[in-house]
Design a protein around this ligand. Structure first.
Ligand code: MOS
Length: 686
């Protein structure tokens, strides 16, 4: 591939539609007049069972059409996901679990009836507090998506004990909740012929189609899922959610199109969240900084209804060249909402702890933390022994140090001041694995020098639609204006989800292939699939994106006020298809990482049995005023072992490492090492 390693900064194809409000989202469909509105009723008890629902009490309102609960809801097929088996059982396994659905002629009537619906519960004791020695701790069979739960190479304990320089600390992270701007929403419409159409806010229509087909016992071809515009997801829309099942169920029962949006408050219990973690890390090194031992032990939580095992320590296995390494994951089974995917699941909390520990080791050694990482750069993947397809962490560290004005040498905490402000800088490394999924794409010549390219990709705000059009134009060897992209519809050629940072990589591969074949064959339409290409690529190399983040913080000595005036992120993620949308992805990830470090905090309340803060007033997400200047750069990285269009994936790496860089900078500014996120003002005033 001789194409430029950084593609032109085209504006998003749908940018005018979005800013003029004409881009329609999942809730903005249906047939005015006939449409009904559904509202979810959730459990106020954390464990127990539903004894009775007094539907008649709300059905007296003429605007209320139906009330569904476990006793009257139609039976659903088994798709092996208890979260989607909605209204099938009286059991309540967590606070905020959905127990009933009200359908009405207006959203107001539905909301009012949902609030007034009398539901009787039997309430049982619950346990929602994660502790490092919880009695329910167990070793899951795998961690997500299918990694070994534990790993061990060499003799980590002995190597640690023998190391002249050691750090041994425990770090904790809290529950973090995905808050895409567009809530999870669906409009569901059954046709007279028994086929089902859903406009669903989803990171990928294919799994939604498959799930609905299984639940409603339909041929998948009879289910159509549309998601041309999606207002963010971060993983919470990577799998089908209860809203799509409930909307389809309500539409079936009432014979009307039904719209359903999960409220912001309900999102905190119904669409997954990142598990809190407790991570003990031990690093042992020689006096020159060479790592002998890495031990990373994780305790995290799952729900009783369904297991979710965050892969927190998995990427620690391949990061640095220590010969003796152990990682482990243990889960506590609690009466909590079901944790799920959130941007860089695993790497994000794992690298906060790991890259904080590396900084602590640098301080112990009296070394520049940038140099400590470079000293421990592995030649081959220490876990598998495979070569890296490309690994430019060192280049990212050096370029980031240069761009951010990093002062070489060991940190000297508390030394830099400006009036009442203490100033510090911190660094952390980032990593995210490169994945891919098979996909099909169709390229067609429209006959007038223009082309239409179709694939069931999902643009969740990343700019994927635009990037795919650029890749298509490149393979067709025509200007990008000549190409029209069709995405977000299960009637289009089959493709995987926008998740695991593999969307544009996987779809782009299929798009490039179809377009190249169309051009070479001179055909009018070609459909290409990448399953064989991905198989042929094999697993001979370790593939992943790397990055380095540099953060400057200012801490007020009197108030503890903490500001982040500057962040610098330099990444090595293969070819960058669109310089503008790529920058935006890195920037968004880093902002979310800053938010994790300083703001976001799901506060569990033991008696209440759930996270107390469940709106954007009490669950603080970083706002514009919290984010200073952010400088984004990348290494021009050609990698012939990636296949496809030579891209690695950029959606998640930006969040990895940011929180550690912030905490490390806070230490440099104040000399206070905060090991529990988020960092509060009172922590730095210690
Ligand atoms: Mo991302 S958590 O893989 O959607």
């Amino acid at each position: 591939m001789s194409a430029a390693l950084t593609g032109p900064p085209l504006a998003r194809d749908e940018s005018v539609e979005k800013v003029t409000g004409t881009a329609r989202y999942a809730y903005e469909h249906g047939e005015p007049g006939g449409t009904a509105y559904a509202w979810i009723v959730t459990s106020p008890v954390a464990r127990g069972r539903v004894l009775a629902v007094d539907a008649d009490h709300v059905l007296r309102d003429d605007d209320v059409i139906a009330v569904l609960w476990h006793e009257n809801a139609p039976r659903l097929g088994d798709v092996g996901d208890p979260v989607l088996a909605v209204l099938q059982s009286p059991e309540v396994a967590y606070h905020g679990q959905l127990v009933a659905l009200v359908v009405a002629k207006t959203p107001e009537a539905a909301r009012e009836a949902a609030a007034a619906l009398p539901v009787q519960y039997e309430e049982l004791d619950h346990d929602v507090v994660l502790t490092p020695d919880h009695a329910s701790l167990y070793k899951p069979e795998k961690v997500n998506p299918a990694f070994a739960t534990d790993s061990e190479q060499g003799e980590p304990d002995q190597a640690f004990d023998r190391s002249p320089v050691r750090v041994d600390h425990t770090y904790t992270t809290v529950a973090l909740h995905n808050n895409p701007l567009e809530p999870h929403a669906t409009t569901a419409i059954w046709a007279d012929d028994g086929s089902l159409t859903v406009h669903d806010s989803s990171q990928g229509g294919q799994p939604v189609r498959k799930t609905l087909a299984g639940l409603f016992e339909l041929d998948p071809g009879r289910v159509r899922v549309l998601n041309p515009h999606v207002g963010g997801g971060f993983g919470s829309k990577g799998t089908p959610r209860p809203n799509v099942v409930l909307a389809a169920l309500a539409a079936k029962v009432t014979g009307r199109p039904v719209k359903l949006a999960v409220t912001r408050q309900q999102m905190f219990s119904l669409v997954g969240y990142r598990t809190p973690t407790i991570q003990r890390i031990r690093l042992g090194a020689d006096r020159d900084g060479r790592l002998n031992a890495i031990i990373h032990e994780v305790v995290e939580q799952t729900a009783t209804v369904k297991e979710f095992a965050e892969q927190t320590a998995v990427s620690t296995r391949s990061m640095y060249a220590a010969p003796n390494r152990r990682t482990s994951h243990r889960l506590a089974r609690l009466d909590v909402p079901v944790p799920s995917w959130m941007r860089a699941p695993g790497e994000c909390p794992g690298f906060y702890a790991f890259e904080s520990a590396v900084d602590e080791l640098a301080a112990e050694l009296g070394l520049d933390p940038v140099e400590l990482r470079i000293i421990n750069e592995p030649e081959i993947d220490p876990e598998t022994g495979n070569p890296f397809s490309s690994r430019n962490l060192v280049a990212c560290l050096r370029e980031g140090a240069r761009r951010s004005g990093w002062r070489p040498g060991p940190r000297t905490p508390g030394e830099r001041r400006e009036g009442r402000w203490l100033i510090g800088s911190g660094v952390a490394a980032s990593f995210y694995p490169t994945y891919e999924m098979p996909a099909s794409a169709r390229a067609s010549a429209d006959g007038n020098g223009c082309y239409t390219v179709a694939i069931n990709a999902a643009d969740i705000g990343t700019g994927a639609r635009t990037a795919l059009r650029q890749l298509a134009a490149e393979a067709l060897d025509v200007p990008a204006e000549r190409v029209k992209m069709l995405i977000g519809d299960t009637d289009l050629p089959e493709a995987g989800i926008a998740g695991g940072s593999m969307g544009t990589r996987s779809w782009g591969w299929a798009v490039s292939k179809a377009c190249r074949q169309l051009r070479e064959q001179g055909a009018s339409s070609v459909t290409a699939n990448t399953a064989e290409d991905i198989k042929a690529l094999g697993k001979k190399h370790t593939r992943g994106a790397y990055g380095a983040q540099f953060v400057e913080v200012r801490v007020n000595r009197d108030t503890g006020e903490l500001r982040v005036p500057r962040m610098t992120g330099v990444f090595a993620a293969g070819r960058i298809v669109n310089a503008r949308t790529a920058r935006s992805q890195f920037l968004g990830g880093m902002t979310m990482g800053l938010s994790m470090a300083l703001h976001e905090e799901g506060v569990i309340e033991p008696a209440f049995g759930d996270y107390l803060n469940r709106d954007l007033a009490s669950y603080h997400v970083a706002s514009c005023a919290d984010v200073g200047a952010v400088d984004i750069g990348w290494i021009e990285e050609g990698d012939e072992h990636l296949g496809g269009a030579g891209t690695k994936g950029i959606g998640e790496i930006g969040i990895v490492g940011t929180a550690a860089a912030v905490a490390n900078a806070v230490h440099d500014a104040t000399g206070v090492r905060v090991r529990d996120l988020p960092i509060h003002l009172e922590d730095v005033l210690r």
